[in-house]
Design a protein around this ligand. Structure first.
Ligand code: IVH
Length: 680
């Protein structure tokens, strides 16, 4: 039996629409992409030959035609309202109190709880099951006709019901939903933008907005828009539509719309108790939600309760999550100098409350980053602070520019020393060219005396600053030649304080070599690396004499670190510093071997240490492991036997977990030593 082209086209349309629904709405495709493409190609071929067979619900009409949307104004059949907001549980209870007073006493209320999707409202009209109009919300009364654009969105059914056994829709049905771009698709979209050398989109909502209102539906088609539908705005009375919100959600789903995950409650306290779980779920969703919507389930009550200020129905309220994002103005750029002399730009913004704190300063990383984001002085910027992550600038809002914005450039001279700022070849950062720059010296001194380094008691950041300002110290070594008579002249330095400080300094002259190496602040040399270097070389002089090749023999030392160490000791300023430390009596050799009973309990085992341990400093933990025959290295690899992890362990912990390496805490280490079972 041969089919007519019209019959075959109708069959293909039904099949393709069905597979499209399986793929995009149910997320459960039953045919492969090539099979789907073949069906579409066949339909396109028939339609090319018989244009009269093209119907408005043909999937070929999704591709995005070159017909421009007219953006003509359309009047909505009912108010497309928005929602009043609540920011905590008490405000939700207060809302219920307010509306209860307007309703017959004793009336039991029940509710739906829905995600508040962070996208753009769309209003879809179906006539006899066919999508005939799609509009933006506009001012709530009149919106823009964006039908050709919305047709390209694969989760918007072109004909209802999508499944032949679905409910028959009313002859006229107007629904409301939210257009958005999934987060995963947004990442891909931006990756593609970067490949094309185009600026990335600021956030999914922005990209969605630009796509929905684009003058070229082909652009819309190329953006991964989706639409969730969460309510019926109007329906002809010739067919039964369910009288409650909860049933309407199920009904819309049966018709073939994409529905967000929603919940039903007959008790407001139970609903409130569910909010934390939603907050946790939020991080796992592939779309952004900025809160929850609580709706009175009985839709007859919506009319009874009416609308506030011509806009917000009383029967629903939006619970807003604490904002993780806000806009503010970038009013100034401050520069700081780090201990390596690196120049760090920081944005000063008009104070903005985001993620539970007021933000005034935000890092600008480096000038490449600033240029890539095209952030300018005076820009309105989007600031984000999600969870405990430090706040960052997501990007500027170029639409807000008035032409007065200025590019952000590195200063030509260091704001602290006045010396030229330079950018070494191959580096993203700029540096102050003066090794004696007071700010740089201050930062390296601050590090030198800090807990992870020489840990000089009585010498904190403020004292360091004071001593520098008084001209008593100019570099690290000067600390060791401070004299009581000079200190006593300073403000706030009484006899006792001076005594304590000098005792602390005296003690610091004999810190373990590893500490001293750490304190020097060589790029890439942290505590563990410093320990390895101390073990291998045994003295500052031996380390200073090492060639790059010698250094490369050391486990964990790569070419960059080897070069950095080598260069550090070739620097004249540093050579003078070492000479001064020596002259001041600072011990530059390895300390005598730790006393205590050694064993072979950990022989043959390699450990990596991460995080802060409850009682041992890292270098003490390392000494303990070595004392019992174990080895400590810097980075986790397949050769690592155990990860010794403390508080705030970071990427090393992740890596160890990935590699399936056993993770122990300080207690566990002590147990291993006590048990005395080494592998070797
Ligand atoms: S109900 C009259 N439900 O949030 C009923 N709105 O101001 C009002 N939104 O502009 C809409 N998810 O774009 C409703 N599940 C949801 C929603 C939702 C997101 C948006 C909608 C509206 C804004 C509320």
């Amino acid at each position: 039996m041969t089919q007519t082209p019209a019959e075959r086209a109708a069959e293909l349309r039904a099949q393709i629409n069905y597979h499209n629904y399986r793929y995009f709405v149910l997320n459960d495709p039953v045919i492969s992409d090539p099979e789907y493409d073949a069906l579409l190609a066949e339909l396109e071929a028939i339609e090319a030959e018989h244009p009269e067979l093209i119907t408005p619900d043909s999937p070929t009409q999704r591709a995005g035609s070159d017909l421009q949307p007219e953006f003509r104004k359309v009047t909505h059949p009912a108010l497309i309202g928005s929602l009043a907001k609540a920011f905590d549980a008490d405000e939700i209870r207060a809302w219920r109190e307010r509306i209860s007073k307007l309703l017959p006493p004793g009336l039991r209320l029940d509710y739906t709880l829905e995600p508040k999707l962070d996208g753009l409202s769309v209003v879809l009209t179906y006539e006899n099951g066919l999508l005939t109009l799609a509009a933006t919300r506009g001012d709530g009364l009149v919106g823009d006709d964006v039908t050709p654009n919305v047709r390209t969105i694969p989760t918007v059914p072109l004909r209802l019901p999508v499944m032949p056994d679905g409910p028959r829709p009313p002859s006229r049905l107007v629904v409301r939903g939210e257009a958005f771009i999934p987060l995963s698709a947004f990442e891909q979209l931006n990756a593609r933008q970067r490949e094309l050398g185009e600026p990335p989109f600021i956030n999914p909502r922005n990209a969605a907005s630009g796509a929905l209102k684009n003058k070229d539906p082909r652009v819309t088609a190329a953006r991964p828009l989706r639409v969730f539908v969460y309510g019926i705005v109007a329906a002809s009375s010739d067919d039964h539509v369910p009288p409650t919100q909860w049933e309407q959600l199920q009904y819309l789903k049966a018709l073939g719309f994409l529905e967000p995950y929603t919940e039903y409650y007959d008790d407001l306290e139970a609903l409130i108790a569910a909010i934390p779980a939603w907050q946790a779920r939020r991080a796992t969703l592939d779309y952004e939600i900025d809160g929850l919507v609580i709706k009175i389930n009985n839709l007859a009550l919506w009319d009874a309760l009416g609308v506030i200020g011509n806009k917000n129905p009383r029967a629903a309220i939006a619970y807003k999550f604490p904002a993780e994002e806000g806009t503010t103005r970038l009013i100034d750029v401050k520069f700081s100098i780090g201990r390596t002399g690196v120049l760090k730009p920081t944005a000063v913004v008009e104070p903005v409350f985001v993620g539970g704190t007021t933000i005034r300063n935000v890092t600008l990383h480096n000038f490449d980053w600033i240029a890539e984001k095209d952030i300018r002085l005076g820009d309105v910027v989007i600031v984000r602070r999600a969870g405990d992550v430090i706040p960052y600038i997501e990007g500027p809002v170029p639409e807000e520019r008035d032409g007065s914005e200025r590019p952000i450039q590195p200063p030509e001279t260091c704001p602290f020393s006045g010396d030229p700022v330079v950018r070494p070849e191959g580096m993203v950062d700029y540096f102050c060219s003066n090794p004696y720059c007071p700010e740089r010296v201050f930062r390296s001194l601050e590090f030198f005396v800090s807990r992870g380094a020489l840990d000089i008691e009585g010498l904190g950041t403020r004292t360091v600053k004071q001593l520098m300002d008084e001209g008593l110290i100019h570099d690290e070594a000067d600390i060791f030649t401070l004299r009581a008579e000079d200190l006593l002249k300073l403000e706030g330095f009484a006899e006792k304080k001076v005594e304590n400080l000098l005792a602390g300094i005296e003690e610091a002259k004999h810190r373990p070599l590893a500490r001293l190496i750490t304190a020097l602040g060589i790029e890439g040399v942290g505590e563990i690396m410093a320990g390895t270097l101390a073990d291998e070389f045994g003295s500052i002089d031996a380390l200073a004499a090492a060639s790059v090749d010698d250094l490369l023999q050391i486990e964990g030392v790569g070419p960059n670190i080897a070069q950095a160490i080598h260069d550090w000791f070739r620097d004249e300023f540093h050579q003078r510093l070492i000479a001064k430390l020596r002259a001041a009596g600072v011990r530059l050799e390895k300390e005598p071997a730790p006393t205590g009973q050694g064993s072979t309990a950990l022989a043959g085992l390699t450990f990596v240490i991460t995080g802060t341990l409850p009682t041992l400093k890292r270098e003490e933990a390392k000494a303990l492991i070595q004392l019992h025959g174990g080895k400590v290295t810097d980075s986790v690899s397949k050769k690592t036997d155990y990860l010794l992890a403390g508080e705030a362990a970071g990427s090393k912990l992740d890596k160890a977990q990935q590699l399936g390496i056993p993770i122990i805490d300080e207690e566990g280490l002590r147990r291993m030593i006590a048990a005395g079972t080494g592998a070797g």
